[in-house]
Design a protein around this ligand. Structure first.
Ligand code: SF4
Length: 112
């Protein structure tokens, strides 16, 4: 089973414990269907706009064994019914993560 780290939006932290992210990760469903069931080794926030802690936190999770970094649905608006808004900084965040760790890990955009 591969290991994954999940990064979520700080703004949704107060209203969501991440239950659906953990469920689909364990089951290898929804956005995890391309990699199968995973062990979640970290579940962190972006650190606040404009994603100021994303890179160091992603790097730390890679250091701790993450083979997959998943940006949660609350960042990329992949929840059923468009429940969440998209992060306005997503294009820059994607570019930063792809250039820094895109050759080391699989990056998944969305969770459930
Ligand atoms: S940078 Fe994006 S993901 Fe992070 S708190 Fe701001 S809106 Fe949410």
């Amino acid at each position: 089973m591969k290991k994954a780290g999940i990064i979520r939006c700080l703004n949704t932290e107060a209203m969501c414990p991440g239950t659906s992210c953990f469920r689909v990760a364990k089951e290898g469903k929804a956005c995890f269907s391309e990699v199968g069931p995973v062990e979640v080794i970290g579940h962190v926030t972006c650190g606040g706009c404009p994603g100021k802690e994303i890179l160091p936190r992603a790097l730390k999770m890679v250091e701790k064994g993450a083979e997959i970094i998943a940006l949660s649905s609350c960042m990329v608006n992949k929840a059923p019914g468009g429940k969440y808004f998209s992060c306005p900084f997503l294009p820059q965040i994607k570019e930063m993560l792809e250039s820094a760790i895109g050759d080391k890990v699989t990056i998944i955009y969305g969770t459930h």
